[in-house]
Design a protein around this ligand. Structure first.
Ligand SMILES: Nc1ncnc2c1ncn2[C@@H]1O[C@H](COP(=O)(O)OP(=O)(O)O)[C@@H](O)[C@H]1O
Ligand SMILES: [Mg+2]
Length: 248
């Protein structure tokens, strides 16, 4: 198995008032290529901080992140941005779509940012919209879509350039149960059918249950690891039982 993403003893401190908050206290982890990993923990446990560091959106106070063989701490800002653009796709809780762009243009954004013309990527954009079930909404604006549809656009955008790693921060946090399950099904399909590496951050055991492996985070540390394996039923009960056994 190939390790595609690695965290090495990550510490992250944020300045706060006169002092600091230690959001991560020595996090090490490895994600294999094609694996679907969930990072689960309660609010404030350090999940978003961890995901931002894993995706090179921010730098650790100490430690390093290695993305597809590239250590990001040694890179300058520009190279880190390019590595992030090349290797990662992000999905956030609040979709982060551009309101003035159409659905197709939002999906094409990674190509537009790279300086490409949208016309060169028509086929890929159509393929992505088909994959998330929005082929008939290509010309809509984000505000003409439901929340679940907006998140599907965000997911299509994140996968547009076929990034090595898809990172999702509470992607179902702003969706009802059924709509959230549709997004999780799409994440799981991308892992299962496309071999996409997925790292999902969530506070919800039902979402984490989609993963092959669950890392349980508390107070800025990975406290436990639960291997579930690839399953198509997404049953949350075995995970919840394991969490209960661990006293979580
Ligand atoms: N930019 C920041 N400045 C100061 N403190 C922060 C910042 N971001 C996060 N924190 C603090 O770091 C801790 C972990 O936050 P976060 O990673 O957002 O947790 P989670 O995503 O699990 O809710 C919290 O105590 C939070 O208040
Ligand atoms: Mg968070």
């Amino acid at each position: 198995m190939t390790v595609i993403l690695e965290a090495r003893d990550l510490v992250k401190r944020y300045p706060l008032g006169d002092g600091e908050v230690e959001a991560l206290r020595g996090v090490s982890l490895q994600v294999n290529a094609g694996e679907f990993v969930a990072i689960m923990g309660s609010s404030g446990s350090g999940k978003s901080t961890m995901l931002h560091l894993l995706g090179g959106l921010d730098l650790p106070t100490s430690g390093d992140v290695v993305i597809d063989g590239i250590g990001i701490s040694a890179l300058d800002e520009e190279r880190r941005t390019l590595t992030r653009r090349d290797k990662t796709g992000f999905v956030f809780q609040f979709f982060n779509l551009i309101p003035l762009l159409s659905v197709a243009e939002n999906v094409a954004l990674p190509f537009l940012i790279a300086g490409d013309h949208i016309g060169r990527h028509r086929e890929r954009i159509a393929e992505l919209l088909g994959m998330v079930g929005l082929a008939d909404k290509a010309d809509h604006r984000p505000d003409q879509l439901s929340a679940g549809e907006q998140q599907r656009v965000a997911l299509a955008r994140a996968l547009a350039t076929k990034p090595a790693i898809l990172l999702a921060d509470e992607p179902t946090g702003n969706l009802d149960y059924t709509t959230g399950a549709e997004i999780l099904d799409l994440l799981w399909d991308s892992a299962d059918r496309l071999g996409q590496t997925v790292v999902l951050v969530t506070h919800d055991a039902r979402a984490a249950a989609y993963a092959d492996r669950v890392l349980v985070v508390r107070d800025g540390q990975v406290r436990d690891e639960i291997t579930l394996g690839r399953r198509s039923d997404h049953q949350a009960r075995p995970l919840i039982a394991r969490l209960a056994e661990l006293g979580l």
